[in-house]
Design a protein around this ligand. Structure first.
Ligand code: NDP
Length: 335
């Protein structure tokens, strides 16, 4: 019996794969790239008998997962387009995100399959209302939904950032709707992480191929000026997020729930710059001085990361540990 991990050759998916393997579970990874799948397998010789890959072509087409469900007991659906250099937001971000979810749910519900639970990587983007400034008395929890409409997200004038937020909201909604209307023989757990950072364990050919969120953090070490503003102050280490996914799969009582995995400490790119300069000699004179250093960020509003710590038993790494592990890895291997 296998756990199917989609997006297994991406940043977060590969951490989920490693977490499952370390717990002794068998993993089938889906990828669009047989080469990346082979690279991931080759990098894990100790798990040769526990890990295989299947190629699933672009899931804008429904039906692409139907042939890979044999022997699958559970699915962790991580894959979804996450990049901002788009030419057509609806075609490149929104529809693939929604159809990917529909495709995996339909395939999992087909007669003859044995799927008991689906864990879905949604996003804090489907929770946060970026147009409101709620203040410190308000705390975002897994109960909140971003009020963005489909029409606004898909409008040709919408930025890719707005379209991405819509892609995650409407993909997650499609999953909850499927459960409600189709009543399949499996339950659903969704996770809504904010910015995800951390060392990479998936195949990354060069710095230009870093995933979107890590690329923004590396840019600080590479001297970007001015520093970007953080879109949200909340974040989580990819290794902690992987643990949240796997606990969400393994704990029976998690079924049917939506979770907000987020570190209890906020981040900012200024704080990242301070950490990088203080921990890496080579970064002095590279990281910009064009900011107010020495101030730790604070949350403008609350973000409930504690429920995941309590209910899924996740311990969060500090931002300093995450930054040092990631920046050190990239400098050594890719820069
Ligand atoms: P990556 O870009 O590294 O991974 C995205 C994965 O999705 C890749 O494995 C990619 O496949 C797959 N994918 C993308 N588009 C398609 C498509 N059209 N058809 C099939 N597969 C596709 O990014 P992350 O690991 O960061 O993102 C993974 C998930 O986490 C996404 O759902 C994202 O929305 C979510 N997320 C990420 C956050 C972050 O800060 N990084 C924050 C919150 C949520 P392949 O490897 O074959 O190219």
């Amino acid at each position: 019996s296998y756990v199917l991990v989609t997006g297994a050759t991406g940043f977060i998916g590969a951490h989920v794969v490693d977490n499952l393997l370390a717990k002794g579970l068998k993993v089938r990874g889906s990828t669009r790239s047989i080469k990346k799948g082979e690279q991931m397998k080759a990098a894990r010789p100790q798990y040769a008998s526990q890990l295989d890959f299947v190629v699933v072509e672009d899931f804008t087409k429904i039906g692409v997962f139907d042939s890979v469900m044999e022997g699958i007991d559970a699915v962790i659906h991580v894959a979804s387009p996450f990049f901002y250099n788009t030419t057509n937001n609806e075609e490149e971000l929104i529809l693939p995100a929604i159809n990917g979810v529909k495709s995996i749910l339909k395939a999992s519900a087909k007669a003859g399959t044995n799927v008991k639970r689906i864990v879905l990587t949604s996003s804090f983007a489907s929770i946060v209302d970026v147009n409101s400034t709620p203040g410190p008395d308000f705390t975002y929890t897994a109960q909140n939904w971003n009020p963005l409409t489909y029409e606004a997200a898909a409008a040709p004038t919408a930025t890719s950032v707005v379209a991405y937020r819509g892609s995650k909201k409407y993909a997650e909604l499609a999953a909850w709707d499927f459960i409600k209307t189709e009543k399949p023989p499996f339950d659903l757990v969704t996770l809504c992480p904010p910015m995800v950072f951390g060392p990479v364990v998936h195949p990354v050919a060069n710095i230009e191929s870093l995933n979107e969120s890590n690329a923004g953090l590396w840019a600080v070490a590479a001297g970007v000026d001015p520093l970007p503003g953080a879109r949200v102050p909340a974040w989580i280490d990819a290794r902690d997020l992987a643990e949240a996914h796997v606990q969400a799969l393994l704990r029976p009582e998690a079924g049917g729930k939506r979770f907000l995995p987020a570190a209890l400490e906020p981040f900012s790119y200024e704080y990242a710059a301070d950490i990088i300069k203080s921990k890496f000699q080579w970064a002095k004179g590279v990281v910009t001085e064009n900011y107010v250093s020495g101030t730790k960020p604070s949350f403008p509003y609350g973000v409930d990361g504690r429920t995941v710590a309590d209910e899924l038993g996740v311990k969060y790494r500090t931002f300093e540990v995450t930054v040092v592990d990631f920046i050190g890895q990239v400098k050594e291997n890719l820069a």
